[in-house]
Structure formats: C-alpha cells, structure tokens
Design a binder for this molecule. Structure first.
Ligand code: FAD
Length: 606
C-alpha cells in the first residue's frame, strides 16, 4: 500500500508508448487473401447499376499490386480508418492504412500500466469502455462476410451502471422495466410510470435519429428539422421528472457527445434509451479486442498497414483545365486527390484518399491552403466552432476492490445545472463543489483486469477543452493554469468525493497512476483543442450541418475534392464507436457510387 500525495509525479507510462516524431515508417504486409471473390465491374456500381446486365461473365478480381485495382489510402488507423480499410479492400481496392502512431486503433484501445506487466499488471480501457449499439459493431463484420462472435466475446453488463448522486444515495440502471419503475417511484411519486412513457419516446427518438439523419446522411436542413425534437433536452426532461437526481440520470449521457442538457436537442434522449434498451456491453478482455479485431479484419481482407507513418499532406491537383468539371454527378469539385506525402517525404499515389484524423485537423494541417483556398476557409470555419469537453483521465492501479462500485459508474453532482460548467481553472475544483465524472471498474465483470484482490479504476473527469479554457480564463482575467495544477486539483476533487460518499480513502490505495491530460490527447491522436469527443453535436453542427459536404445552404457547404472522403468522430454522423462505424458504411457507399469497386475501369470493357 502506498500513500499518495498531491505532489506525486505523474507516471510517464501513459505517454511512453507513443512516439510522436517516430523516425521510420514500419510496414506490415497483410497475409494474402484466402478467398477469391468475384467483383462486379466498375461501371455497375459507379453508374448506379448502369449497364451491369451487359456483363455476362464478371472478371476475376485483379491481383493486389497488379496495377489493375484502384488504390485507396486511408490516413489514420482509428476505428473509422480500420473499418473503411477492410470494406474497401473487400471491394477489391488496393488499400494502405497510414497511421502516425506505433499502433492502430486511435482512441480505441486498452493499455497496461502499473508496477508490473503480465499477471501482476493492471489493464485499462483508456478510450471507449461502454459498448453501445452492438449491432453496429456486428455490421462491420458482416459487411465483409465475417461474424463478430468469431473475433471477440461480448457480454451485456448488468446492471448497466450505477449512478452515485450528490446526496450520496445511489440508483442502479436496470434493464428490467418493472424493477426500474418501482425504484423510481421510491425516489419520486409517479416517476416510474413517467419513466416507461419516457423510455418509449426516447426509443422512438433513437429509431427516428438513426433513420433520419444517420442512415440517410441528411444533406438538407429539411431532412432533419422536426421542431418537436429540437428543443433543449433539459426542458424535455423537466416534463418527466421533478427530482433533479432523475433529470441528471437521464441526461448525463450528453457528455458523450460534448453537450449538456441545456444545449442538447431533445432528440438526444436517444443516448439514454440506447443504454436501457440495447444495453451496455463489454468485449471480454477490454476494448483492445475491438481494436485488434478490426485490425485483423483489415489484414484478412488484404489491406496493408504502415505504422509510424504520419501523413504530412494530402495531395490534390486541379481538374482537367478544359472542362474544370468533376466526373462525380452533382459535385462542385474543382480539384481531385492524387495521393499523400508522408512526414518522411515519401509520396504515395492514390485514386481515393479517406482521411480519418479529426476532421478540423485535416483541413488545417493536411491540405495545402495556397493551392486549395477553400480548405483554408474550412479550417478557419471549424477553428472556433463548438467542441466537446476534454477530459483528464486517471488510471488508478488500486490495491483493493471497492465494494460499492459496479462495472460502470457515474458520479453526479448535487448541483444539476452548475455541474455542466466545465472546469477551466484550479478554483473550479474547490470544495464543496461536486462534479460529474465517469468511473470504469471493469474488474466487476472481468477479473483479468487486475491482480487478485486489486482493481484497475479509470476516471474520466470532464474539463474545458484547450480553446475554451483559454477563452474562459481570459474572460475571468486569470492566466491559463499549468496542466499539472489542474491534474492535482481534479485528483483531489475525486478523492474528496469518494471519501464523502463513504468509499474510504482512495489515495491510500493507489499503487500506481497514469494520467492523460488535454494536451496529451491533442498530441497523441491529433485531436483539435484536445476535445476528446470531437466537434460538438449542437443543432448547428448536427446532421446536414456537420461537415462534410452539403448543408442545403450553399454558403455553408464544405469544399469538395474528387476522391477525398472523411470518416471519424468529427464528421457525420458523429462521435462514439458505433456512430463512427455507421459513418464508415455511409461513406463506403458513397465511394462505391462515385468511384466504383476496386477493379479498374478496364474491367468495364470485358
Ligand atoms: C476517453 C474517451 C472515452 C470514450 N468512451 C467511449 C465509449 O465508452 N463508447 C464509445 O462508443 N465511444 C467512446 N469514445 C469515443 C470513441 O473513442 C471515438 O468516437 C472513436 O474512437 C473515434 O474514432 P475515429 O476513427 O474517428 O478517430 P481516432 O480514434 O482519433 O483515429 C484517428 C487516427 O488518425 C491518426 N492520425 C492523426 N493524424 C494523422 C496523420 N497526420 N497521419 C497519420 N495518422 C494520423 C491518429 O493517430 C488516430 O490513430 C471515447 C473517447 C475517449 C477519448
């Protein structure tokens, strides 16, 4: 047992695994494809089904590297990049993933920290830990003819999570509606019945939301506006529950997409509905199973992965000077993509480039602003947009198991409204203020996370993102604090809350800790302003208004460039692994519609 002091140095292990200026790209050639597939000729997909009937025999897929396939480069190996790579490779493209870090997965990963690795080690999911909408994960596998269950085991976490309220009472989120009704009635007379009504409507919001602006990739404001669903969530919740604990409980999920109940449209009650209907799931062995499985799928489909391969620029050229017109129906593009340049100077040609880094960073860093002035305009447009919070993440290796923690826990402040103001300076953590934070305690479900009798507890403490922090400090006339001081203050606030809630002195049980700060999130994964959940999902940045490409209001449209596509948390539909995977499907369909399958147009002539 070690005694923890506020001045204790932050363990360097969190950053040690990442080489930011990695010297050399490392190639990993995927094993050859084991099965041969027949691909439709390019014309059939590119031209919306066009002349497919004239082809009586479909040609065999051209071998990889033969020059007869279209080349696709996927910049970034996050879940978006990995998902896209396996789908495109499956469609016959020669695919190369270029990832700046020493491994793929991006924010989605598990890491081991602590006094020792192996059986004495402590494993943490340092990014996603709640698997929501498992069918969206499954789709990624079925899209390439595989089955998720052959790659990982997933189990439903029951109860979904425990809410720890500011008055130190708790309530467990149960899938059993009748049990939920009873316990809510104990908190507030009649709340149980209203919960059932709310759940039905929230579930409808979920189905509506997915159908209206995710699967359809709404391109016009008219596709999206339904005034009954765009009022603030806080108002919607107030209609159902008077008790602020219940309002907090059913709107806390807004944090996942960088909103608060005061600026989240009512349609976002879909997040809570997801947890209570589809359930909260856990990939046995942690989210590294998701990362590893998506990588394996891409390997099996024949995609090549190069790590330590940071991309410095996405290369474009003007479209044919005589016509200046794009071949893509409806496109306003005046340029087309031709490849990428790596940080080491190497250039690689491509027919299609899919950019997976945080979208504002793509416009800001990866596209030449002189050649492509619209990219500069786009970078400026997103510079000061609304971003999600950042988080200070604590990974605590504890020498005990805390009995009152379930697998997933949310600590909710007694100050329902005030708690949504994101801390930006040390004073914002001071007692007696309470905060909302999330606590992951996977040893509850999976004993392999920590040595026997011990536990690996991860806390996500939401704070202002770096841009917001600078602005708020300026407004208050104070200097931006040192990050280490913010970390110490947040840690103290956590320990204080645990003690007040009767969980004892956490500090006394920390064997080792690893912390990730906003600037480290920014640097590790190239995330704008260190806003870990990307561009926020307020009304003006949702659906058609979320980049790219068209909004239905021409001056707000994003620039177009033939062959350049985007996937990831800051583009459509939004943040979270299942949403990013849904985005992969939408963009994949667009690529096939615009560029055809991987076999080059030569196949069309056959
Ligand atoms: C702390 C935390 C908790 C979360 N919890 C959940 C959760 O419980 N459930 C859930 O569903 N979601 C959760 N999320 C959100 C989820 O992790 C993300 O939405 C998702 O992983 C984003 O995937 P992505 O592919 O868009 O981006 P990323 O994961 O950011 O991947 C982009 C990749 O591009 C690489 N890259 C950047 N620039 C370059 C360059 N120039 N050249 C080459 N490569 C580059 C990056 O290194 C990275 O690997 C959480 C996120 C965080 C940070």
């Amino acid at each position: 047992m070690s005694v923890f002091s506020a001045s204790r140095a932050i363990a360097p292990s969190a950053t040690a695994t990442f080489a930011v200026d990695a010297p050399r790209a490392t190639r990993r050639r995927a094993p050859p494809r084991s099965t041969r597939r027949v691909v439709a000729p390019r014309a059939s997909a590119a031209e919306g089904g066009g002349d497919a009937t004239t082809t009586t025999t479909t040609p065999p897929e051209p071998p990889r590297g033969s020059g007869d396939r279209q080349k696709a480069i996927v910049v970034g190996g996050g879940v978006g990049g990995l998902g896209m790579a396996s789908r495109l490779a499956h469609a016959g493209y020669d695919v190369t993933i270029l990832e700046k870090n020493p491994d793929v997965g991006g924010r989605c990963r598990s890491e081991s920290f602590g006094p020792a690795d192996g059986p004495d080690g402590f494993r943490f999911d340092t990014g996603p830990s709640l698997m929501l909408l498992p069918d969206r994960y499954r789709e990624q596998f079925t899209a390439v003819g595989k089955k998720l269950e052959d790659y990982m085991d997933i189990t439903r976490v029951d109860p979904a999570y425990r809410a720890h309220f500011g008055d130190h009472t708790t309530l467990d989120l149960l899938y059993d509606t009748e049990k939920m009704r009873k316990q809510l009635d104990d908190v507030e007379f009649g709340a149980g019945g209203r919960y059932i009504d709310w759940l039905g409507r929230a579930r409808a919001s979920l189905d509506y939301g997915v159908a209206a602006f995710i699967e359809r990739d709404a391109n016009s404001i008219l596709d999206f506006v339904d005034l009954s669903r765009v009022g603030p969530l806080a108002l919607a919740m107030a209609k159902y529950f008077k008790d602020e604990r219940l309002r907090a409980l059913f709107s806390y999920q807004e944090l996942y997409v960088g909103l608060s109940p005061y600026n989240a449209p009512g349609v976002f009650s879909l997040l809570a509905a997801t947890e209570l209907t589809d359930g909260v799931w856990y990939p046995t062995g942690g989210f590294d199973q998701v990362r590893g499985s998506l990588q394996k799928l891409a390997d099996e489909e024949g995609a090549e992965t190069r790590v330590n391969a940071g991309v410095a620029a996405i290369l474009t050229e003007p479209l044919d000077a005589s016509t200046r017109a794009s071949e893509v129906p409806g496109s306003k593009a005046t340029r087309r993509v031709v490849g990428v340049r790596l940080e080491n100077g190497e250039t690689i040609d491509a027919d299609v480039v899919v950019a997976n880094p945080d979208l504002p960073c793509v416009w800001e860093q990866l596209i030449d602003h002189e050649e492509f002035p619209e990219a500069k305009r786009e970078a400026e447009r997103w510079e000061d947009a609304e971003y999600s919070c950042s988080v200070i993440e604590f990974n605590f290796c504890l020498d005990v198991v805390i009995p009152d923690l379930l697998h997933h826990n949310v600590f909710l402040s007694g100050d329902y409204k005030g708690s949504w103001e994101r801390p930006c300076c040390v004073d914002d953590f001071a007692a007696p203020r309470q905060h909302n934070f999330y606590c992951h305690n996977p040893v509850y479900t999976d004993k392999t996370c920590a040595p026997e009798g011990k536990s690996s507890v991860m806390i996500l403490f939401p704070v202002a993102n770096m841009n917001e922090q600078a602005k708020m400090c300026k407004k208050r006339g104070i200097p931006v604090p040192e990050e280490a001081d913010m970390v110490n203050a947040a840690r103290e606030a956590i320990f204080r809350r645990f003690k007040e809630a009767g969980h004892g002195d956490l500090a006394a049980h920390v064997e080792h800790e690893s912390v990730t700060t906003p600037s480290e999130w920014k640097q590790k994964f190239n995330i704008k302003h260190g806003a870990v959940f990307g561009l926020s999902h307020g009304l003006t940045q949702l659906a058609a208004f979320r980049p790219p490409v068209r909004t239905g209001i021409a001056p707000l449209d994003s620039p177009e460039c033939d062959g350049l596509h985007f996937v990831g948390a800051s583009t459509r539909p939004g943040n979270g692994v299942p949403l990013v995977l849904m985005g992969v499907k939408v963009v994949y369909d667009a690529i096939i519609a615009q560029h055809g399958v991987g076999a080059k147009a030569k196949a069309k002539a056959m």
